[in-house]
Design a protein around this ligand. Structure first.
Ligand SMILES: Cc1ncc(COP(=O)(O)O)c(C=O)c1O
Length: 379
């Protein structure tokens, strides 16, 4: 706890995210795994990647996992595999990382933004339905911050209009909805293993999961130069593969993921207790049928920008994901969504702030963070 006598210079910084504790705990296992890949001298499309694909598929209880080079590539390839082409429309939330939108744009398709449910920050089924036209080709659902979207109602809309669902599961590996894992709740799902994700590589990496053998076969072709077999290219593809070193690192980390999730949930419960008396902030809401994996611990806060400065001045890390919804970024200025057209996303962008969250975060650090927040609001 910060005492009034303690000067700011004496305070230990609390980072918003810190991977050093994790590396201290599992560094030896990681180095062994990397060394064995180096000894094998096999770096692309080998046994580590194949094993990781199976392990991620098992985690999600789906039949297929396809390793790719990043979460962004996973989205581009998944959209392409479900048939999105230039000129098609794809529905997605504007309150997400830009990669969700730029994957749509990379295929020459047009993003159609559907507003979010303010309680969960995730795309709303009712808003999706309003955006459907004869040109709609797919729906992208982002499970933001580690919480699944309301998949029953989204699936109902998708089924009614015969549209495939692409899950952007970059932030929610391990999360569940009515006992089922994200990554198994649509037709195809995309994962990012960017280093700061709950399961993070030591560089870029990604994965696609699906139950469909046809999509699996198509994706294996697309990620490898469109080759159905060696020197048998059947369509234009990419070079987008998850390399053996990253796969080996991810397999080590996957063994710890459940424990890390448990700690993230415990931290979230602790924060909720500590922040309970501060009416100016609203902790994340978790519907009882979903298990959140708290990739981020994101609150809504009154006078958010001032609170951010107050925290930063006291060496408490914090971040806004995402300050500008996609429809208000220059790239999508001509998509017909002016300021005010997607009010819940715009309100969230103005109110959210993510507090420090990583498995190694300590109770006394959360106590200091909460007491600084209480101090800011004059409690
Ligand atoms: C919601 C979301 N979608 C897509 C991505 C893109 O993933 P990557 O950075 O692995 O390309 C990220 C993460 O960066 C993300 O958070």
């Amino acid at each position: 706890m910060s005492s009034p006598k303690q000067s700011v210079q004496d305070l230990q910084p609390i980072p918003q995210m810190d991977l050093s504790g994790q590396y201290a705990a599992i560094g030896a296992e990681i180095r062994d795994a990397v060394t064995s890949v180096l000894a094998s001298q096999h770096f692309v499309l080998g046994k580590e990647g194949a094993a990781l694909e199976q392990e991620i598929a098992q985690l999600c209880r789906v039949r297929h996992g396809i390793g790719v080079a990043s979460g962004t590539d996973a989205l581009i390839l998944a959209l392409r595999a479900v048939g999105v082409k230039a000129g098609d429309e794809v529905i997605l939330p504007p309150f997400t990382f830009v990669a969700t939108g730029s994957a749509v744009s990379a295929l020459g398709a047009r993003p159609k933004f559907a507003d979010i449910d303010p309680a969960t920050f995730n795309i709303s089924a009712a808003q999706i339905e309003k955006r459907i036209t004869p040109h709609t080709r797919a729906i992208v659902v982002v499970h933001l911050y580690g919480l699944a979207a309301d998949m029953d109602s989204i699936r109902e809309v998708a089924a009614k209009h015969r549209l495939p669902i692409v899950e952007d599961n970059a932030q929610a590996i391990g999360a569940t909805y009515k006992g089922r894992s994200t990554g198994s709740l649509g037709d195809i799902a995309c994962f990012s293993f960017y280093p700061t994700k709950n399961l993070g590589a030591y560089g870029d990496a990604g994965m696609i999961t699906t139950d469909s053998p046809e999509l699996d076969a198509r994706l294996r072709t697309l990620r490898n130069h469109g080759q159905a077999s060696r020197y048998n290219s059947v369509e234009p593809g990419w070079n987008s593969r998850l390399d053996e070193i990253q796969a080996a690192i991810l397999r080590v980390k996957l063994r710890h993921l459940k424990e890390w999730e448990r700690r993230r949930r415990a931290h979230a419960a602790q924060y909720a207790r500590l922040l309970a008396g501060i009416a100016e902030v609203q902790p994340p809401q978790v519907p009882s049928t979903r298990q959140h994996v708290f990739h981020q611990y994101t609150i809504r806060a009154q006078r958010r920008d001032e609170l951010q400065k107050f925290l930063s001045d006291r060496k408490i890390g914090n971040a806004v994901y995402y300050p500008v919804p996609l429809h208000l970024q220059p790239i999508y200025a001509n998509e017909g969504c002016p300021a005010g057209s997607l009010p819940e996303s715009e309100k969230a962008a103005a109110e959210v702030v993510s507090l420090p969250m990583f498995p190694e975060l300590r109770v006394e650090q959360m106590e200091r963070i909460s007491s600084v927040i209480a101090e800011f609001y004059g409690k």
